[in-house]
Design a protein around this ligand. Structure first.
Ligand SMILES: [Zn+2]
Ligand SMILES: [Zn+2]
Length: 342
């Protein structure tokens, strides 16, 4: 079969002919129908984030059709539409058995440590293949598995309740999903902070109150608009010390700041004024869980979570085209999402 693979760090991906993966007794073989090109893939190619042994087939946002099942597999069945949870976990360690598979002692990531979806076929453990209803296009099923799932996990970690107010720092892929999910959770008001007018327009379309940080101080604006109360939940999905600090500063009494964006820099917190005095919390949010995906998919099926604006382009499984998209993402760090449809 054809696979587009990372053969050397810092070099363009290459089309290679590789043997068809053979599913083990608890695995399924999936014919890939859609594979999203994610910013992490661009980082892997550039060597910014490490990958497993090379050559490696990239692609962790995957949806397709079950073509073959191992002898011990009960579900899914041949012909089922599925999307793939990219975290491979053992299912048996302490973290897996307590439902926290993202901390699995033997965890690996598809498309990073294990050949991914930039290929015609992929074999994965049956438990990683989650049913995708007919109403959801494969492309949406694929991209849903990354940014939307992470936003969903973060709002759960921040314990958002109906009737609360939320501020989301960052209106890209994660942010727009977070806005819609916060509304599904019953948030009264959702403030969306960004510096990009187009992103803020989209945020507003999904019911958020836009705050342009180039025009006003977001913390002051949130205090003004919440009658000096602050927000119950603030999510930071950018990965900048400045916006992490602003998220904490925007909190009301008992407020929770969920940090999702990744950075290696630290940020300042005034312990009394910003945490102790308010009994506020800062919560780290890492990735997402297998158990969260079925409900997330149901939100999309019911059109409560709209992903129709997310996918901007579809390309075939061709190395040149994929490299071109990655070059563009590297140069403009654009929010457009291209999906490979082999
Ligand atoms: Zn991704
Ligand atoms: Zn485990």
């Amino acid at each position: 079969m054809k696979a587009v693979r990372l053969t050397r760090i810092g070099k363009p991906l290459q089309l290679q002919e590789v043997s068809l993966p053979h599913p083990g007794e608890r695995d399924v073989l999936i014919r890939v129908k859609a594979a999203g090109i994610c910013h992490s893939d661009v980082h892997y190619r550039a060597g910014v984030s490490p990958v497993g042994l090379l050559p490696q087939t990239l692609g962790h946002e995957i949806a397709g059709i079950v073509e073959e099942i191992g002898s011990q597999v009960i579900a899914p069945k041949i012909g089922d539409r599925v999307c793939i949870h990219y975290q491979l976990s053992c299912g048996d360690c302490y973290f897996c058995t307590s439902g926290n598979d993202q901390f699995c002692k033997h965890g690996m990531m598809i498309g990073k440590h294990f050949d991914g979806g930039y290929a015609e076929y992929i074999a994965v453990p049956a438990r990683n293949a989650i049913l995708l209803p007919d109403e959801i296009p494969f492309e949406q099923g694929a991209v849903l598995m990354c940014s939307s799932a992470t936003s969903f996990h973060a709002l759960r970690k921040a314990r958002l309740k109906a009737g609360e107010t939320v501020a989301i720092f960052g209106a890209g892929g994660l942010g727009i999903s977070a806005i819609q999910l916060a509304r599904i959770f019953g948030a009264l008001e959702v403030y969306s902070v960004d510096i990009n007018k187009d992103k803020l327009k989209l945020a507003e379309k999904f019911g958020a109150i836009p705050i342009n940080a180039t025009e006003e101080d977001p913390v002051a604006s949130i205090y003004r608009q919440t009658k000096k109360r602050g927000v119950d939940v603030a999510l930071e999905v950018i990965g900048l010390p400045q916006t992490m600090r602003q998220a904490v500063q925007s909190l009301a009494v008992f407020g929770r700041a969920g940090l999702v964006g990744i950075t290696d820099q630290s940020f300042e917190i005034h312990s009394y004024q910003e945490l102790l005095g308010k009994e506020a919390e800062v919560i780290g949010c890492s990735d997402h869980l297998l158990q969260e995906l079925p409900l997330l998919i149901e939100f999309v099926r019911r059109k409560k979570l709209d992903l129709s604006h997310v996918i901007t382009d579809k390309i075939p499984l061709e190395a040149d085209l994929i490299n071109e998209v990655m070059d563009k993402m590297e140069r403009f760090s654009s929010e457009v999402r291209t999906v490979i449809c082999p």
